[in-house]
Design a binder for this molecule. Structure first.
Ligand code: AR6
Length: 195
């Protein structure tokens, strides 16, 4: 697993990856936070493409071009607003990562950067969101060369690194078992019966 998932501190709009993920809202027509930064850096053509997409549900994801960004594509996903934890917030946030990674993989993209979805205006607890980000990303590591978890503060990066290190330690203690070669039992009398 080492090396594929990276925690980076800085501005996601500067990253040269196949796709950056945007923490958008239902309209997909822009907002504040990382959404505003991506819109400003991508330029006005992004709005024209987003207007044709018909919005996006919470937990779903849609792709556009990256325009003036160094990234070739933008994957727009809508995180859940935190309402105390009893409104499927965890499952919806997992879905944001999962659906974004599947969209990227299906297009043959091998590098992707995520912001800490829902942890700003949408108030999802940062430690809980970091665990979801790292664990969901790690389930897809085989399909990617780089999965960047792009944090906007040192505190956010520290949370992600703690979860990532714990996951790597767990993997070292319990390496995946090599499957036993399957032994096919054959009845000698079957040979020559044309099966
Ligand atoms: N690069 C990387 N991360 C950033 C950047 C950046 N340039 N700017 C902010 N962040 P938020 P949400 C971090 O509020 O909580 C928008 O108005 C930020 O510090 O951008 O999912 C949308 O239109 C935080 O850790 O997204 C929606 O209405 C993380 O990105 C709503 O906000 C997410 O914060 C979505 O809220």
């Amino acid at each position: 697993m080492t090396g594929i998932i990276e925690v980076f501190t800085g501005d996601i709009t500067r990253l040269r990856v196949d796709a950056v993920v945007n923490a958008a809202n239902h309209s997909l027509l822009g907002g504040s936070g990382v959404d505003g930064a991506i819109y400003r850096a991508a330029g006005p053509e992004l709005l024209v493409e987003c207007e044709s997409l018909g919005g996006c549900e919470t937990g779903a994801a849609k792709v556009t071009g990256g325009y003036n960004l160094p990234a070739r594509f933008i994957i727009h996903t809508v995180g859940p607003v935190w309402r105390g934890g009893g409104f499927d917030e965890d499952a919806l946030l997992i879905s944001c990562y999962h659906r974004s990674l599947v969209l990227a993989r299906d297009r043959g993209l091998t590098s992707i950067a995520f912001p800490a979805i829902s942890t700003g205006l949408y108030r999802f607890p940062a430690d809980r969101a970091a665990a979801i980000a790292v664990e969901t990303a790690s389930a897809y590591r085989d399909g990617f060369k780089r999965i960047v978890l792009c944090c906007f503060s040192d505190a956010s990066a520290a949370l992600h690194r703690t979860v990532l290190e714990a996951l790597e330690q767990r993997a070292l203690r319990n390496p995946p078992q090599k499957p036993e070669p399957a032994v096919i039992e054959r009845d000698e009398n079957e040979i020559g019966r044309g099966r």
